[in-house]
Every structure is written in structure tokens, then in C-alpha cells.
Design a protein around this ligand. Structure first.
Ligand code: GLU
Length: 510
């Protein structure tokens, strides 16, 4: 059986967006699932659109997501070079062959000739003039000109491009693994330029020669390339090469379903559309999932389900589980709406399943410089209490900041609603009660608190909110018994004592 070989072939024209990462992910999953190879190829035939730093960004993004290629740019392999601009000499015999076979031709028209033609056509009411089977006879090319004229121009070194000779009125049928059969009539295609004046092939030509030479079995790419696929299969057929299988992935849509998710949507709508931060040459920053605090596992899990479904209700998948479950048959045809809330939900999940010690290690660098304690057990304890309330790592600190810093803020709303005239006296008595606990464990604090309510005939609502306000400054949070046991008796008693005076005076101002 032929070994499965797939490739991710981005052009270094800017940062890779999440749609690109999803394409890479699906290629990776497909290759791994079938014990195949996953290649990374750089498609940089358009020199004018090259953006410095884009390649490094692509490599770092894939690495960060754990979806690394097994071959290609930065990884080596025996089918290289994997950078198209380094393969110019490789393409030459192939385009010459195509001309020789009569499937392509030399076109000598200058940019000016083409512009004139377009203007002329426009003035005659033809909006989209195309270089095609009908118009090519009126242009300067090796089909319309005599052989002598063509030879003369070639020996003269006249500039030329090479164009594909698209046959007239022919149905091209291609099978897409996701969409089924797609038929396009060649009357809708133009004679695409395959080789530019500079001798550099265009994307279309380089892409199919490389896929052939690199023995790619499956072309898995975004839907935006579907319109190019008929030309590509025509090229394979013209060379007499076996076509790879094609799978065009559905578009990623804006959260409201209105159109394709674009790089401008991200920061405008408040969520990243890039894996990593990116700074454009103009100094415009776009934020990335990594810097926003998303775990790679959450990001990958979320992306995998944007277009593919497992056929059941399972939503949480590790990368290995994705490899196991993935199939092209379960990739949908219609666009997938990106859901920023769901992305957060995944992150929350991945945060919660981590053990407290691991979280503590990740949180240590985020603690304030003057943190009350940076002891790993203390921090792990706090992480354990806060993780139900956190979506991102920094939330583990900010939501429980009272574990790390003294309180400089008391929630006004809670004071207004829950701090009653009798509260100061109850709190005074609670301070005495708690101060008498010898071993300040959460069980002992709970027992003492419960006994306190019973002896004083008080309900939880009369005591709990004031108690929490004094110790944490907040109206809500995890169990007070656990909070107190973690902070320790001295801290609890001193906070309650100083807090009492502060809240009494604050209450007067509210
Ligand atoms: N270079 C194309 C891109 O930038 C690759 C398209 C393909 O996979 O054939 O997405």
C-alpha cells in the first residue's frame, strides 16, 4: 500500500491564522492516523508578498501546538529542498515539457498589452476580460504567432510568460473527499500563467510539480483553494500523473455566521484569530491564543471541532485521541461558526483537569512581587480553591488576590446589602470564637463556626457575608473554612480586626 503523505504548504505572506492552524492540524491528524508523513513546504513563489518573520511564526506556531511536521522546512528529508524559491531549476524541465506536449504556450504580451486589452474590452461592455481559448488567438503567443516569429522572439530573449492552454468547453470532473464530485466547465477558466517573466513559476505550477515530486497522496487544504483545483487536476492529467486525493476544508465563519472569519475580526470582536501574537511591519499588533493564556491542548481541541465532528457527543479530546478518532468522512461541507465562548470553555476545562501542584508551578511567575507567600504548597492549595472560578491562569491569582496581598478594597455592593447594624457586634464575637481555636484546621473552623451560629441562634446569612468581607474583601468565593485554614489564624484574626473598623467607616459613606 502506498504510504500516506500529506503536506501543509503555507505562503510566508503574513502570520498563520487559526484557519491555517486547523488545516495543519487536520493534515497532521490524518497523517498520524494512517502512519503517514506530514510535510511542511514553503510556497514562496510570489516574491512581492513575502513578509519577514512569517516562516519563523509558522514554525513556532506548529511547534507550540504540538503538531510538528515529520519532514520539510526546518525538519529535513530526502525530497527537498522544501522551499519553492530554491526549486526554480527543478521546475524548468517540467514547464518545457508541458509546452512541448502542447498543454502550455509562450505568451509575449507585455503588462501594457494586457491592460490595453482589458480597457478595450471594458469599453465594449465586457467587464471581465480573460486570456482564454477564445481571446488567445488575438494575443501575442506561440499559438497565434508563426513558428519563425516565436523562435525569433525566444532567441532574441524577449520576455515571456508561460500560460496553460485550457481546452475549450470541456467538463473537468474531480472528486473531493469532503464534497464528492465537483464538475467545472473549462469555459469558466482562463489560461492561467504558469511561469512568470522572471522564470519563477506561479503557485499553481510549483504546487502540483511539488506535490507530485514529493509523492503527496492527499491534498488537504482550505476551501478557498477549491476554485484552483480544476486547473490543478488538468495539470496532473496533462503530465499523465496520478492525481492526489483532494479534501477542501470548510471555511471558518464569524461568530454570527456572517462571512468568513478574517484577521480584522479578532481584535475587533475581542478574541484572537492567531495562534501567537503578531506585530505587523506597520506596528499593528494582533493578539494570539498563547499570549492570551490558552493552553495548547485547549486550543487544539477547540480547533479540531471546528469543521470535524466525532459522530457522538464527546467534546474533550487529547491530541492522541484526536488522531485515533479523526477521519475526513466526518469533516462537514458547510462553514463552521467560530465560537469565542466555546474556546474559553475548553480552556477552563483544561485548567481544571490539571493537578494543583502543576498549576502552582505555572502560577508562581504570575504572583505579585510582594506576595504573602510563594510556598508551593500554599500556592497549590490556593489554585485548588480557585480553579473552579478561573478560565485562564492569571485568574487563579486575580480571583484569589487576598491570598497574596492584604486587602485594600471591600466590595461595596456586599457592604450595602449584607452589612447590617448588628453585624459589627456579631463579628466581634466571631473573632473571639475563632481566636480560641487551638488547631486552626478547616474542620475545626467549621465546627466552631457552626457552634457559634447555634449558640447565638443566628442563621448563616447573618454571619457568613460579613465574615467573608472581613477576610477577603469580597462577596463571593470558595469555602471560608478552607480560606481561613490556608491563611492561618494570625492573618485571619488581624484581618478581621482591622477590617471591622474600615468597614464600619466605609458603611457610613455608602
Ligand atoms: N500556498 C497555499 C496557501 O498559502 C497552499 C494551498 C495548497 O495547500 O495547495 O495556503
Amino acid at each position: 500500500m502506498t504510504k500516506i503523505r500529506v503536506r501543509f504548504a503555507p505562503s510566508p505572506t503574513g502570520p498563520l491564522n487559526i484557519g491555517g492552524v486547523r488545516t495543519a492540524l487536520y493534515n497532521y491528524l490524518f497523517a498520524k492516523k494512517h502512519g503517514g508523513d506530514f510535510l511542511l513546504r514553503r510556497e514562496d513563489t510570489d516574491e512581492t508578498r513575502f513578509v519577514p518573520g512569517a516562516q519563523e511564526y509558522i514554525l513556532e506556531s506548529l511547534k507550540g501546538c504540538g503538531i510538528e511536521p515529520s519532514e520539510g522546512v526546518g525538519y529535513g528529508g530526502d525530497k527537498g529542498p522544501y522551499i519553492q524559491s530554491e526549486r526554480v531549476a527543478i521546475y524548468k524541465p517540467y514547464y518545457e515539457k508541458l509546452v512541448e506536449l502542447g498543454h502550455a504556450y509562450y505568451a509575449f504580451d507585455t503588462a501594457e498589452d494586457l491592460a490595453n486589452m482589458r480597457t478595450q474590452a471594458e469599453s465594449m461592455g465586457m467587464a471581465n476580460w480573460q486570456y482564454n481559448s477564445v481571446t488567445r488567438s488575438t494575443m501575442k503567443n506561440s499559438i497565434s504567432l508563426s513558428k519563425e516569429e516565436v523562435d525569433k522572439r525566444l532567441t532574441n530573449g524577449d520576455p515571456y510568460t508561460i500560460r496553460m492552454k485550457i481546452p475549450r468547453n470541456t467538463d473537468i470532473r474531480l472528486h473531493d473527499e469532503i464534497r464528492g464530485w465537483v464538475t467545472v466547465n473549462t469555459n469558466n477558466l482562463d489560461d492561467k500563467v504558469l511561469v512568470k517573466e522572471s522564470g519563477m513559476p506561479t503557485y499553481h505550477f510549483a504546487n502540483i510539480v511539488d506535490d507530485h515530486l514529493m509523492e503527496i497522496t492527499h491534498v488537504i487544504r482550505g476551501e478557498e483553494w477549491l476554485p484552483s483545483a480544476p486547473l490543478h487536476v488538468l495539470l496532473y492529467d496533462s503530465f499523465g500523473w496520478e492525481r492526489p486525493k483532494f479534501a477542501h476544508l470548510p471555511l471558518l465563519l464569524r461568530p454570527d455566521g456572517n462571512g468568513k472569519l478574517s484577521k480584522r475580526d479578532g481584535d475587533r470582536l475581542g478574541f484572537p484569530v492567531f495562534p501567537l501574537d503578531w506585530m505587523s511591519a506597520e506596528g499593528e499588533k494582533s493578539s494570539g491564543y498563547r499570549e492570551r493564556g490558552y493552553f495548547p491542548a485547549a486550543f487544539i481541541n477547540m480547533l479540531a471541532l471546528l469543521g470535524w465532528n466525532p459522530g457522538n457527543t464527546q467534546e474533550i479530546f487529547s491530541l492522541d485521541e484526536l488522531v485515533e478518532a479523526f477521519s475526513l468522512e466526518r469533516v462537514g461541507k458547510s462553514g463552521s461558526k467560530f465560537d469565542p465562548e466555546k474556546a474559553k470553555w475548553f480552556n477552563q476545562h483544561y485548567l481544571r483537569i490539571q493537578n494543583n501542584d502543576d498549576l502552582a508551578k505555572l502560577v508562581l511567575p504570575l504572583l505579585p512581587a510582594d506576595a504573602i507567600s510563594t510556598d508551593l504548597t500554599y500556592v497549590a492549595n490556593v489554585c485548588g480553591m480557585m480553579k473552579e472560578r478561573a478560565t485562564f491562569l492569571p485568574d487563579l491569582v486575580s480571583e484569589g488576590i487576598y491570598f497574596y496581598q492584604e486587602i485594600d478594597f471591600y466590595d461595596a455592593d456586599t457592604i450595602r446589602k449584607k452589612w447590617k447594624d448588628e453585624t459589627p457586634e456579631i463579628m466581634q464575637e466571631l473573632i473571639l470564637e475563632l481566636g480560641a481555636i487551638a488547631d486552626f484546621t478547616k474542620e475545626n473552623i467549621e465546627a466552631s463556626f457552626t457552634a457559634f451560629l447555634a449558640t447565638k441562634s443566628l442563621g448563616f446569612g447573618n454571619v457568613g457575608p460579613g465574615f467573608r468581607l472581613l477576610v477577603t474583601g469580597k462577596g463571593m468565593g470558595p469555602s471560608m473554612f478552607e480560606i481561613c485554614a490556608t491563611l492561618g489564624k494570625d492573618k485571619v484574626i488581624s484581618r478581621m480586626t482591622t477590617g471591622l473598623q474600615k468597614i464600619i467607616s466605609l458603611k457610613k459613606t455608602l
